[in-house]
Write a protein that binds this ligand. Sequence first.
Ligand code: FE2
Length: 308
Amino acid sequence: MRGTATALGLATGAALAGLAWATLETRMFTLREVTVPVLPAGQRNLRVLHVSDIHLVPSQASKIAWVRDLAALRPDLVVDTGDNMAHLDALAPLLGALEPLLALPGAFVMGSNDYFAPSFKNPVRYLLPDSRGTGRDVVPVPLPADELGATMRAAGWKDLTNRRDVVVADGRRISLVGVDDAHLDRDVFPDVEASTGGPAVDLRLGVTHAPYRRVLDQMHADGAELTIAGHTHGGQLCLPFFGAIVTNCDLDRGRVKGLHGWPGARPDAPGGQDSSWMHVSAGLGASPYAPVRFACRPEATLLTLTSR
Ligand SMILES: [Fe+2]
């Protein structure tokens, strides 16, 4: 009996310590640096800052300051893969955080947490293979996604919501293709545009919030050499030596974050000659109703694109 009580006490202590750590970890913002050999031979490097899943609430002063400081990296291009807001009053502080980055060339797509405020969901259901449907009984409260998008477009960032565009960064022409949030089934892959006979592009980039397999397949088939995504939070609650438990979409756990190939091995690995590159960000935030991350630091990524 005493042994059982001791074991229960130890388990409770470990759980509380883990919870305390997981709360602290949400503020351990980390810059990850990744090299992607995807540019045409002979080109100088191109630096792309990938930010995702900020999930900002107005009180997160340290996150706002950290995001603002990312501009000091002087990236050539910024890509924001959505889920920026997590509060009805998040727009003004978010724009304060993004202000220095909006002065740079950029592109964006939105996620569900740009369109709708977060609501309480049973956290156990997050650990189900695909958590869509959670909270569908709650009437969604809209967030100011239209104002956010208008501000980003006014700053010159390319809106890739089911759209194509071209951005010039450090003198390089980059063709962009993006889709709206596949987690909400809003993705409609844009039609191929007739060639205008304009100058050749240096890179073809795909951008999506949620890395659902159908989207990644479409990006790859469309000729994207690198596809950039967020949404997974890297699993958010990970197990040491095991990694993510879920990806919150139909992507496999092994590619829940970081640089990988799609559909197969990395293009620079044996057997990867028919693949393209894919980068998934673990993102910078979490829902205010589940403000925990474990073994999965909040991150932004500086992608240094080099010649193949
Ligand atoms: Fe998110």
